[in-house]
Design a protein around this ligand. Sequence first.
Ligand code: C5P
Ligand code: C5P
Length: 457
Amino acid sequence: MAIPPGEEILIISHLDADGLSAGSLMLQALLRSGASPQLRIVKQLDEEVVKEVSQSKLRFIVFTDMGSGQKSLLKNIGDRTLVVVDHHPPEQVETDLLELNPHLFGFDGSTDLSAAGTAYLLAVKMNKANRSLIPLAIVGALGDVQDKGERGTLIGINTRIVEEAEKEGVLIVKKGLKLYGFESRPLAQCLAYTMEPYLPGLSGDEGACYKLIKGLGIDPRKPDGSWRSQADLSREELRTIINGVIKYLISQGLSSRDAESVIGAIYIFTKEAADSPLRDAREFSSSINACGRLGRYGLGVSICLGDRDNALAEFKAVLQEYRRTISGYLSWLHNNKDAVKILPHVQAIYGGTQVDEKMIGTLVSIAFPSKPFTMDRPIVGFAMSSGVMKVSARGTADLVRRGLNLGRVMKEAAERLGGTGGGHNIAAGAQIPLGKEDEFLSLAESLISKTMVGVKL
Ligand code: C5P
Ligand code: C5P
């Protein structure tokens, strides 16, 4: 398909790390092709977005990180050229839209390729110069937790992208503690800055991290008073730190398997400064996710497009706000036992008006591995959205292996209550009518109990 020069094109993408990366990739690729694209970031693809698009005069609309699961909804958009670049399971509906999705080629979009990876492959087909955007394909995959290989490695088509980035000299993959900036930052800082996995009692609290390191008998400073990083540790000290962090996580309620998963592949962008939140690919991803979740879409996109100087300073302030917001939610959760409900096959956080709808997905992901929740059943979170209840659900690779498909559970339970839902087997969501949370949870409980095998509860 040829794009007329100067053609105004609307790109619509999702607010999380993968959505921001995929949208930015398409924006840059279309700019380079001579078109005049604009990028709009949305919380979800719903009737409101469809109405807005239907009213616009633009002839070309590109959806990234959304659309495949909502093809019947997209049918309501009038006479336009619609392009979908997505990795969600495609809805089996006949349409004339142009769709690029790893599922259509026999790959699993939850693990093998993200929306950003899909957009990257398309961008390189459009113009080889778009190879420079390869870091965003990795950021998107890590944002969608596609590092499901042994020791936290990326798998599927993502492996090819990783190899290409290594060859281009923009990426190094190492083994280490999956803490943000483990390779370059002072120890206490890299523990405190890590948000995913969330380290209960350590994330966001440099003082507590300093105490933990001291308590392990390791001096966090060099004799000249400057901070020590991983490179300054002896092998023995490094082992002590690794064991200390794992033990600490187990003491906070994580299973030994989950705690040990903190050791694994770390992805480092060689062209970013050593102290930058963009050097460690997981931190890059979690940081732009923070921009999305706090509604700072423009900033997230600027960073993806390569803005550094001023944008980076603003970015660091947003990260601080994000850490504060999460620890606020966690203490709210800790003090509000009524907000938690644990059923035999599903558990839930009732966020109501207390949790921002853009943050509920992050909160359930973070709260999932620690008490009072268990990782032997999926977790669902509710938060009030405008006129509806937003639902975010998360599972584990193990639950998926035993038959869990949260995308289907969300779709079926939501539709029975007059709402909509969908997503991946491991991470999904829904919008349901207000006041239907208990009913929705019972439906989810029954659907999950029927599909899961080998559940010993
Ligand atoms: O729309 P999209 O597919 O990009 O969103 C998936 C969401 O689910 C992301 O925000 C991602 O971080 C989250 N996720 C998760 N745990 C997984 C897989 C995805 O929290 N195992
Ligand atoms: O919003 P949240 O991060 O919880 O979404 C998890 C996944 O479920 C995302 O991939 C999102 O695109 C998908 N989802 C969906 N349909 C909905 C709500 C969420 O496909 N109605």
